[in-house]
Design a protein. Structure first.
Length: 329
């Protein structure tokens, strides 16, 4: 059932993606705002309460609905899984940002590409050299692919295989959204935020993302240059502040042969989105903490897209084989 649920969700999402401004995102934002307002009184234990209500409660609710529906019809339970995956998993939730930026660069409109990157990731890209601009686009796109596709995919498969239905997909999406929301509210909106809640949500998401990040990196290695990907994974993952991000980006850099990292902070998580003052030149990047490989060029954007899609095919084939073995067994 897991294979068909993921397959149908991906197909439907390609044919009928959620619009950029959609009720699902608005509902998530309202849910975060409501839980923070009603359960957060600023004390240590309140941070854990808010996170449990925010992320764990929806996952348990999705599981309860699955059990109720499955009691009457397995086909209806499959439809429920597809519906939940449709709103939690998919390329089209972020790919329009990537596509618009790439199209602007292909037209030679670098200013528009910078504006779109700023709008997407809430960072100042106006002073970045072209290689740094491309590096930021690649890094943000790789992490977005992981968080919107592979992370949800892995948690859904693991928990659905032991009877939890779509709870894993909901848990991952809510934990990821919470880690971004509280930091964004504190940094951009300017509203006071419980620092413990912000730190806890990011720490718990790091735990939730520990295994998926490594599986994503392994997939990139298998469908790319395996030897270089593993070498970069082992040697260069520490170039990034957050281990899960470093593993994914280092493996992808080796798999494609592109130079990532560098002296200008990539801003791949909310707490680092404005930590750089200027972009590094190509020479500075090579000298200060970057992975080996070719400096980013426009062609690498297509290489990254190919890497991600090959990895999706790899994991879908493995899931299909596991499902077939389970049926035969």
């Amino acid at each position: 059932m897991s294979f068909f649920a993921v397959l149908f969700a991906l197909l439907i999402e390609q044919l009928k993606p959620l619009p950029r401004r959609n009720p699902v995102h608005d509902a998530l934002t309202s849910w975060m705002r409501w839980t923070g307002r009603n359960f957060d009184a600023g004390r240590d234990h309140h941070a854990l309460v808010v996170w449990c209500v925010t992320a764990l409660a929806p996952a348990l609710a999705a599981w309860a609905v699955y059990l109720l529906i499955a009691h009457f019809s397995l086909l209806a339970a499959l439809a429920w899984n597809v519906a939940v995956l449709y709103v939690t998993l998919g390329f089209r939730q972020f790919s329009h940002h990537f596509t618009d930026i790439r199209d602007a660069l292909e037209r030679g409109d670098e200013a528009e590409a910078r504006r779109l990157l700023t709008e997407w990731r809430h960072l100042d890209a106006s002073e970045l050299p072209r290689t740094e601009l491309l590096r930021h686009i690649i890094e943000h796109s790789l992490l977005a692919a992981h968080r919107h596709v592979f992370g949800v995919f892995f948690w859904f498969v693991v928990l659905s295989s032991i009877g939890f239905g779509p709870a894993g997909a909901v848990l991952y999406r809510m934990a990821e959204f919470a880690s971004r929301y509280w930091a964004y509210k504190n940094r951009t909106v300017g509203e006071p935020t419980n620092e413990r809640l912000m730190a806890l949500s990011q720490r718990l998401f790091s735990i939730v993302d520990h295994l998926p990040a490594r599986l994503t990196a392994f997939g990139f290695a298998v469908v790319g240059n395996f030897e270089e990907a593993v070498s970069c994974w082992r040697r260069d993952a520490g170039l990034w502040k957050h281990p899960n991000e470093g593993i994914i980006l280092a493996a992808a850099a080796g798999a494609v042969g592109v130079r990532l990292g560098g002296s200008a902070a990539p801003g791949v998580t909310p707490d680092r989105s404005k930590t750089f003052d200027r972009g590094a030149s190509a020479d500075e990047m090579e000298a200060e903490g970057s992975t080996p490989g070719v400096a980013p060029v426009l062609g690498h954007l297509r290489s990254v897209v190919g890497l991600v899609w090959r990895s999706v095919v790899l994991w879908m084939l493995l899931l299909a084989l596991l499902s077939l073995a389970n049926v035969v067994g």
